[in-house]
Design a protein around this ligand. Structure first.
Ligand code: GNR
Ligand code: NI
Length: 171
């Protein structure tokens, strides 16, 4: 299976707004499979289509230890968030090596479509709640470092650009 290329911050394409999925066909299933393979290989617990330069509202998530519980969220909408919040040390496949605390609602209720276009709702807490919110942010063009202070974000940007130049030189 061809692994998809993951865009790295501060690539401006990470800030594009994803459009709703309207066609549920074999091509969509193939994209879901390729995204899941890419997420497991990375490895990561989630991947938004925006991160692989596909600007459609599609997310894959697997927060299980055994990597055997793939969840697909298409056109996801947050229906409810708890007033209780939690700080979680987040990371992102588009910002490798960077982990920092982000405060978000501790529980969420989400409505989405599955790979066949069938609607479902899920209530989540813990890592799944964090991950759902992190991935929906990606679809809206937002990367978790945007919750950090401008100072931290600028340091991350500089470090990432430096790494990018190194990677470019090595081919
Ligand atoms: O693999 C990932 N781990 C993670 C850890 C804490 C909070 C969020 C995440 S999502 C991330 C994968 C990713 O970048 N998804 O967009
Ligand atoms: Ni991410």
């Amino acid at each position: 299976m061809p692994l998809l290329n993951i865009l790295r911050y501060p690539d401006p394409r990470l800030h594009k707004i994803a459009k709703p999925v309207t066609v549920f066909d074999a091509r969509l299933k193939k994209l879901i499979k390729d995204m899941a393979d890419t997420m497991y290989e990375a490895p990561g617990v989630g991947l938004a289509a925006s991160q692989v330069d596909v600007h459609q509202q599609l997310v894959v998530i697997d927060t299980s230890d055994a990597q055997d519980d793939l969840r697909v969220f298409i056109n996801p909408e947050i229906l409810w968030v708890s007033s209780e919040t939690k700080v979680y040390d987040e990371g992102c496949l588009s910002v490798p090596g960077v982990y920092d605390g982000v405060e978000r609602p501790a529980q969420v209720k989400v409505r989405a479509l599955d790979a066949d276009g069938t609607p479902f709702e899920v209530s989540a807490d813990g890592l799944l709640a964090v991950c759902i919110q992190h991935e929906i942010d990606h679809l809206r063009g937002k990367v978790f470092v945007e919750y950090l202070s401008p100072l931290k974000r600028n340091r991350i940007r500089t470090r990432m650009l430096k790494e990018e130049r190194l990677l470019q030189r090595r081919g």
